[in-house]
Design a protein around this ligand. Sequence first.
Ligand code: PEP
Length: 251
Amino acid sequence: MARKFIVGGNWKMNGSKALIKSLVQETLNGASWDTSKIEVVVSPPAVYLDAVRQAAKPEIGVSAQNIYSERSGAYTGEISVDFLKELGVEWTILGHSERREYFKEADEFVGKKTAFAISNGLKVIACIGEKLHEREADQTTAVCFRQLKAIADALTPQQWASVVIAYEPVWAIGTGKVATPEQAQEVHHAIRGWLAENVSAEVAEATRIQYGGSVNEKNCVELAKKPDIDGFLVGGASLKPEFVKIIVAGE
Ligand code: PEP
């Protein structure tokens, strides 16, 4: 079964009204790609979600960068799934390594939020990936499988239809050090194998696995050729017009 290539742009804590105008209204709305083969999702900071949803053409999905695991109440500063749904935002990123690192999000909390988001009708880009010292200690798959298990433990098999896994080696995020296509393919293949063994063959076959970590217009084409790389989660380069070249790498 062909998996539809999916490219996400994670703006992190970057952006402005001016960027929405130049990047979304002018560059992305003005670009074209084969929507039967490629899905595009942009993930601006929460305060810009409404403006981006209104500015972006309908075939561009919009994603939050995080949600909380309660619908409403005394959780100052948090983002509810209901807010997103009211704005027409269909996606959220969860478990990004920056949230795991700086905001101490534990594996189980990421799993809990993933299940909560999906139960409330959102789709999730769930991020996993090892740090440099873990790769050097030959712990890459052990770390990825641990993070994946916490997500899988929280989901029913049917809920996997709403999940995209983003494999993002932490040492490659924002560093300019991209994983080689072979390194990325090896981990993506292992992740798919874990899904086959621990969830089901169908889920393993259908689940899209993005690569993230210093993807740019130069390295995207070779990465996209690998059989288990089903798209990208892009940080820095998603703020620039070159994001369009990364999107069309999926063609
Ligand atoms: C990211 O933010 O998920 C990311 C992969 O960042 P960058 O592309 O800048 O490495």
